[in-house]
Design a protein around this ligand. Structure first.
Ligand code: HEC
Ligand SMILES: [Cu+2]
Length: 316
C-alpha cells in the first residue's frame, strides 16, 4: 500500500501487510474519534440550542458493541503480531550461520568457512541465513530496510537475526543506532546471489577455517600454555566443554554456551570454575571480537566427548 521499498526477504510481505492493517485500523479509529469530536464541537458550541439534559437511557447493544468490536480487533492485531514476532525470533534449524561484528564504523562479516568481508554481506537466494552478531565497542543496529529486519548489536553479548532472501540483487545495509561521528557512513550492501554463486564465492578464498585460526590464536595468546592437556598448570581441559554444564566456585552452575565462553575469555573473574584458582588473565582489551569468534570455533571443535576428540588444528 504505502510502502515503495522492494520486498526482498521472507519477512517483507508479512510485515508490510501487518503495517498496512495497523495503519488502517488505527487510522479509522482516529478518524472516528475526530469526526465525532468535530460534530460535538459544532453541535454543543456556545449559544447553540442543543439539548444539554444528558442521557436518560442506555442502549445495551450499543454499549456491548463498541466495547467488544474494538477489543476483538485489537486483540486480533496482538495475536497477529505476536505470531509474526515468534517467526522473526525462531530461525529454522538448518539456517546457515554467518557472524557479524560491528565496530565504529563498519560491518565485519565472517562466513562459516572463514571467508571474511567488510561492509558487504553475501547471502544465498532462498536459503535461510542466521546472523550471529556482536559489537566491538558501542551499540549498533543491523538494519536492512528491504528485508524489513532490524536487530541491535550489543557489546559483550551475541544477538541473532535470521531471514531468507527472496530477490537477487544488492540491498542497502544500515546502522540504525546512533553510534558516533561516522554513524551515518556505517553503511554496507547485502548481495543476494544464487546458492551456486554463493558456494563458488565462499570457496574462492584462502582463509583458514575459523577453528584452525582459533587454534593458532590459542597458541599465540598463551592459552595453550595453561589449557592444553599436560600443560602442567591447573586449568580446566576445554575438550567437551561446549554446551556442557559447568560447576562454578560460587555454587551455581551454567551451561557453557557462546556467551559463557566469550565471558570466560574477556571477563574471566566473573565466573570462576569450581576447584580452580582465578589465575587466568583477562583478555578484554587484548583480543578483538573477531579473534574471540575464532577461539570459540576452536573450543567448539574440541567437541563434546573429553579425550575422544583430536586437537582441531594442532598439527600445522
Ligand atoms: C595463566 C593460565 C591461563 C591462561 C593463559 C588462560 N587460561 Fe583460561 N582458565 C584458566 C583457569 C585457571 C581457569 C579456571 C578458573 C576460571 O574460571 O577463571 C580458566 C578458565 C577458562 C575457561 C572456562 C573453562 C570451563 O571449564 O568452564 C575458558 C573457556 C578459558 N579459560 C579459555 C581460555 C582462552 C581462550 C585463553 C587464551 C585466550 C585462556 N583461557 C588463557 C587459566 C588460564
Ligand atoms: Cu553503528
Amino acid at each position: 500500500m504505502s510502502i515503495q521499498l522492494p520486498e526482498a526477504s521472507n519477512f517483507s510481505v508479512p510485515i508490510d501487510r501487518m503495517f498496512d492493517a495497523m495503519l488502517v485500523l488505527c487510522g479509522s479509529v482516529a478518524l472516528g474519534v475526530f469526526v465525532v469530536m468535530f460534530w460535538f464541537c459544532i453541535k454543543y458550541r456556545h449559544g447553540s440550542d442543543a439539548n444539554r439534559e444528558g442521557r436518560q437511557s442506555t442502549k445495551m447493544s450499543l454499549e456491548i458493541g463498541w466495547t467488544l468490536i474494538p477489543f476483538v480487533l485489537f486483540v486480533g492485531m496482538f495475536a497477529w503480531s505476536i505470531n509474526l514476532w515468534t517467526l522473526l525470533r525462531t530461525p529454522p534449524a538448518g539456517a546457515t550461520p554467518i557472524y557479524v561484528i560491528a565496530k565504529q564504523w563498519m560491518w565485519k562479516v565472517q562466513h562459516a568457512n572463514g571467508r571474511r568481508e567488510i561492509d558487504m554481506l553475501h547471502v544465498p537466494l532462498g536459503v535461510p541465513v542466521r546472523l550471529i552478531m556482536t559489537s566491538q565497542d558501542v551499540i549498533h543496529s543491523f538494519y536492512v530496510p528491504d528485508f524489513r529486519v532490524k536487530q541491535d548489536v550489543v557489546p559483550g553479548r551475541y544477538t541473532a537475526l535470521w531471514f531468507t532472501a527472496t530477490k537477487l540483487g544488492s540491498f542497502p545495509l544500515l546502522c540504525s543506532e546512533y553510534c558516533g561521528t561516522d554513524h551515518a557512513a556505517m553503511t554496507g550492501t547485502v548481495e543476494v546471489v544464487s546458492p551456486r554463486d554463493y558456494q563458488r564465492w565462499l570457496h574462492a578464498s584462502t582463509a583458514l577455517p575459523p577453528a584452525k585460526r582459533g587454534r593458532q590464536l590459542f597458541v599465540q595468546f598463551g592459552c595453550s600454555g595453561c589449557h592444553d592437556p599436560g600443560a602442567g598448570i591447573h586449568a580446566p581441559d576445554l575438550h567437551g566443554l561446549y554446551r556442557s554444564r559447568v560447576q562454578l566456585a560460587d555454587g551455581t552452575s551454567v551451561i557453557a554456551d557462546d556467551r559463557y565462553l566469550h565471558d570466560s575469555i574477556m571477563l574471566p573473574s566473573t565466573q570462576i570454575v569450581a576447584g580452580y584458582t582465578p589465575i587466568m588473565p583477562t583478555y578484554q582489551s587484548r583480543i578483538d571480537e573477531e579473534d574471540v569468534l575464532a577461539l570459540l570455533a576452536y573450543i567448539k571443535s574440541l567437541g563434546a566427548e573429553p579425550s575422544a576428540v583430536q586437537h582441531g588444528g594442532a598439527h600445522e
